[in-house]
Ligand binder design. Structure first.
Ligand code: AHR
Length: 496
């Protein structure tokens, strides 16, 4: 097939928001314990943080990390995770039927994010708890000193306040699997009263209201509308969560996940704007896509199938080349919507549906999906440009006809550099892509993620089986560049 597109710095969407390259650390499986935190590991630092995982986190380019859940947060008592470690209780985590020893808590997380160079994004428990406990946590975390809870923090060895700016008002409370699941009306009231109180504490906090757990929920759309009617003037973001997989073996639909995510973003942005219109508000609510990834949910047999255990191996999906191409296309979608999506978090960071895998006492390695994330986070700089490829469409069972080529680009004013990110979803044919460039730019770097075997994965024994490789055959003719995109491929081309 063939396709063409134009890169023009005049067609701007919005600046690249650094918070788009967020990740997520939940107390789930081995994300925290033996993932980022493993005292006694040969590479653990004095805080018990795995330095190999810290290095990979920095290489991944993670700017923001959401914590501590996820489903976990809806039954979590933050007080259990602070103070002398020997005094911390072992609790039942009902979300994942796990034993939580609480050796890692708020202060450890803050110390870890500082070392990772990332901003913290904290989730509050609005499942089994409410306004009072949310206020107490914010006082403990953010107030300088001289009050009971801020002095408690100081007595725990943390003199300066953490000053967390971004707070989630609960997690997925539309889901019946959640401890303290609520109707939209119940949640809207609780979120509004919590937000009102938090803003009384600090007007500058950024707050995220829970949207739907996924676009297949029966209340998708109406949940957001009802919740936003209650909280519109007090929150900054509404959350979106989406996981994609080829559970029914339908690879063409799976490869079109980027287009589906685009549709979901537009639907929720329209819903938020509709509420804004009804309320005659001048504010615009942004979207926090704070859980997204490929997740083979069909391989997970539900929480009730789990035996009580301490940090068990949960949903440690092995990702292949196709999964990495889908992750690349989801990042393209987030950038294409940079005018509405203000926060995004890939779920999760280590071991649990994650770009980074570890073995207890052993190595850490990059899964295939690590690579498009790291390259996008590193090179998406400046302004996102509107890119509209002219290309063939591919029929899909789930989403109808979807474009074969999915692309975005960024432009850095200071250097003049334009970076193109492009996916060829076609499973059979390469695509000859013709790119029209502004005068004076020439290709500086061309990398692609593709493989003869789209099911190839990286393992502890062969951690670099799948890596981005220099793309071949990029031709330049004046202001036109031509390149061949292999079937099922993700590519990045930097023009300087
Ligand atoms: O990321 C795994 C789980 O997916 C999270 O705990 C929950 O919020 C979502 O359903």
């Amino acid at each position: 097939t063939s396709a063409r597109l134009t890169l023009d710095p005049a067609f701007r969407i919005a600046p690249v928001e650094p918070r788009l390259f967020g990740s997520f650390v939940e107390h789930m499986g081995r994300c925290v314990y033996t993932g980022i935190f493993e005292p006694g590991h040969p590479l653990a630092d004095a805080d018990g943080f795995r330095t190999d995982v810290l290095e990979l986190t920095r290489e991944l380019g993670v700017t923001l990390v959401r914590y501590p859940g996820g489903n976990f947060v809806s039954n979590y008592r933050w007080e259990d995770g602070v103070g002398p470690v020997g005094d911390r209780p072992v609790r039942l985590d009902l979300a994942w039927r796990s034993l939580e020893g609480n050796a890692f808590g708020l202060n450890e997380f803050m110390a870890w994010t500082a070392k990772a160079g990332a901003e913290p994004m904290m989730a509050l428990n609005l499942g089994t708890r409410g306004v009072a406990e949310a206020l107490e946590l914010v006082e403990y975390a953010n107030y300088p000193g001289g009050t009971r809870l801020s002095d408690l923090r100081r007595s725990h060895g943390v003199d300066k306040p953490h000053d967390v700016r971004l707070w989630c008002l609960g997690n997925e409370l539309d889901g019946p699997w959640q401890m303290g699941h609520k109707t939209a009306r119940e949640y809207g009231r609780l979120a509004a009263e919590t937000a009102r109180a938090l803003k009384r504490f600090d007007q500058g906090l950024s707050l995220v209201a829970c949207g739907s757990s996924n676009s297949g929920m029966p209340t998708f759309g109406s949940w957001e509308a009802e919740v936003l009617e209650a909280v519109y003037e007090m929150v900054d973001y509404i959350s979106l969560h989406a996981y994609y997989d080829p559970s029914d073996g339908d690879a063409d639909s799976f490869l079109a996940s980027g287009a589906e995510m685009d549709h979901m973003i537009r639907s929720i942005a329209a819903t938020a704007d509709h509420v804004g219109a009804k309320l005659r508000s001048r504010r615009q609510i942004k979207l926090s896509f704070d859980e997204w990834n490929v997740w083979y949910q069909s391989r997970f047999h539900g929480e009730s199938s789990l035996e009580w255990a301490e940090h068990p191996r949960l949903i440690e999906d092995d990702y292949d080349v196709t999964d990495a191409v889908v992750v690349g296309s989801l990042l393209i979608t987030l950038l294409r919507n940079a005018d509405r999506v203000g926060v995004a978090c890939q779920a999760q960071l280590a071991n649990v549906i994650a770009p980074i895998r570890t073995e207890p006492g052993g190595p850490a390695w990059r899964q295939t999906i690590f690579h498009p994330f790291a390259l996008t986070a590193r090179h998406a700089r400046g302004e996102v440009l509107r890119v509209e490829p002219e290309c063939a469409t591919i029929p899909t069972a789930r989403y109808g006809e979807t474009p074969a080529i999915w692309a975005t680009a960024t432009h850095e004013e200071a250097t003049g550099e334009i970076t193109l990110f492009v996916v060829n979803r076609d499973r059979h044919d390469p695509c000859e892509l013709d790119v029209t460039l502004p005068a004076g730019l020439v290709p500086a770097e061309h990398l692609e993620l593709a493989d003869e075997d789209p099911s190839a994965t990286n393992t502890a024994a062969d951690p670099d089986r799948v890596v981005p490789r220099p793309g071949a055959g990029l031709r330049l003719d004046g202001r036109r560049a031509a390149l061949t995109l292999p079937p099922v491929s993700w590519s990045i081309v930097r023009f300087a």
